[in-house]
Ligand binder design. Structure first.
Ligand SMILES: C=C(O[C@@H]1C=C(C(=O)O)C=C[C@H]1O)C(=O)O
Length: 420
């Protein structure tokens, strides 16, 4: 059996209520240590989810899409903001990178309470029986761990550089063009790690990213796999990276260096092509810019392409995430050979790192980012967090430079944990 519903709506109908509220302050303050909470926030917009009325554990994104589409038809929604994309009951999820070879399951949950902000509008949504329309009190203050030790993860840095060198050899044999290889680090604390504290620091330093907290996954990702809003589809493809050190480098010179790098441009083209091809069957019209722009973040610069399209009617954001994952930005090209290469040489279980993380509403609108620049802390080891970072390997990759790139990609999480 591939699916497990922890609690369900049963066969009856479920009510949900959405009311407009005045500015509740920073949304992440409403997360509490006492109950499961989720967050998906960017530049102060997005939502936090409190509690859980249903939870679906699965392996595949398509299965989750079918489950949610059915559940969505059972919800009667009373809303003061009817018809607004993303405002109302929704499901929040995090999916495994390679479900066929992972010990980790994918999860979709329906929060009991949602507090959100979009386009300057604030709202409160309550789902299920215990509805009351007052804003919950903010949660207790997040606790920062006092002592944290950082150790290497599944492989050491030297071992990883060796894996990259092997991968370059495989690519030079000719069948595979690009493979994204990742490594992990493990941070251990002297007590349970409060992921709300990590989230808060990421929000502070990386407001331009999608900051997420979903079922033990926390991070600040700059990459949007897909957004569907009112029939419009958007995807932000990133691939091609240069690290920046704000104190010592001239960011404009670095941006020019990245924009001219043939290695990075090739890496980027593979990623754009994989997303454009996967979106095409679901879109009536699509715009794929010819050349990438440079996306500046505090720790790295990326080559970036924003693909937009007009979605066919009734295609949900989750369905598109299923079609797009794994893109060449986090897997490689051709997809199946890259996936097999990762499984054969990377030597670790990515779990839900580099899988889609995000939300979908009852109309199928939603946002699914790629779970990057983050980590996982689970109930079996709450005093530790596993951090992940990867880099796209092509024929002319240098192991030392790729190692450096992963170091730069760990920075947001290391800073958030006070380990930089
Ligand atoms: C794999 C990661 O990032 C991906 C790989 C990139 C690259 O190789 O240049 C850039 C952005 C992401 O698509 C990561 O952050 O762990």
């Amino acid at each position: 059996m591939l699916t497990k519903v922890i609690s369900d709506f049963g066969s009856g109908r479920v009510r949900a209520t959405t009311v407009a509220i005045s500015d509740p302050g920073p949304l992440e303050r409403y997360l509490s240590a006492k109950e499961p909470g989720s967050a998906f926030l960017r530049r102060g917009e997005g939502f936090v989810g409190l509690g859980e009325v249903a939870r679906f554990e699965t392996d595949y994104i398509d299965t989750a899409d079918v489950w949610w589409t059915e559940i969505a038809t059972q919800i009667d929604h009373d809303s003061e903001l009817p018809g607004a994309s993303g405002i109302g009951p929704l499901a929040v999820g995090s999916f495994a990178f390679d479900p066929d070879r992972s010990a980790f399951r994918s999860v979709l949950t329906i929060p009991r309470t949602i507090i959100g902000r979009r386009g300057g509008q604030y709202w409160l949504t309550q789902i299920g029986e215990h509805r009351n329309q007052t804003l919950p009190a903010p949660g207790d203050a997040p606790r920062f761990p006092e002592h944290l030790d950082l150790g290497h993860g599944t492989v050491t840095q030297d071992e990883w550089a060796g894996i990259v060198a092997r991968c370059v050899e495989l690519i030079r044999q000719g069948d595979i063009h690009k493979v994204v290889l990742a490594r992990d680090l493990i941070a251990k604390a002297d007590g349970p790690i409060d992921l709300r504290a990590v989230l808060g620091r990421l929000i502070e330093r990386y407001p331009m990213t999608w900051t997420y907290l979903v079922d033990g996954m926390v991070g600040a990702t700059p990459e949007l796999l897909v957004r569907v809003a009112d029939g419009l589809v958007t995807s932000r493809v990133l691939a091609g990276t240069i690290s920046v050190d704000p104190d010592h480098t001239d960011p404009l010179a670095k941006a020019a260096q990245l924009a001219r790098s043939t290695k990075d441009i090739r890496e980027h083209e593979f990623a754009v092509e994989s997303v454009a091809q996967a979106l095409e069957p679901f879109c009536r019209a699509m715009n794929v810019p010819e050349a990438p722009s440079v996306l500046p973040l505090p720790n790295v610069l990326h080559l970036a392409t924003d693909i937009t399209g007009v979605a066919d009617a009734d295609v949900s954001a989750l369905r598109l995430a299923a079609a797009l994952h794994p893109s060449a930005a986090v897997c490689g090209t051709p997809t199946h050979l890259a996936l097999d290469t990762i499984a054969a040489i990377e030597n670790m279980d990515r779990g839900r790192y580099a899988g889609p993380v995000g939300w979908v509403d009852t109309e199928g609108d939603g946002e699914w980012a790629i779970a990057l620049r983050g980590g996982y802390s689970g109930p079996d080891a709450p005093d530790q967090i596993r951090l992940f970072a990867g880099a796209g390997i092509v024929a002319d990759s240098q192991p030392g430079a790729e190692l450096e790139e992963t170091r730069a990609k760990f920075v947001p999480m290391l800073q958030a944990l006070g380990l930089d």
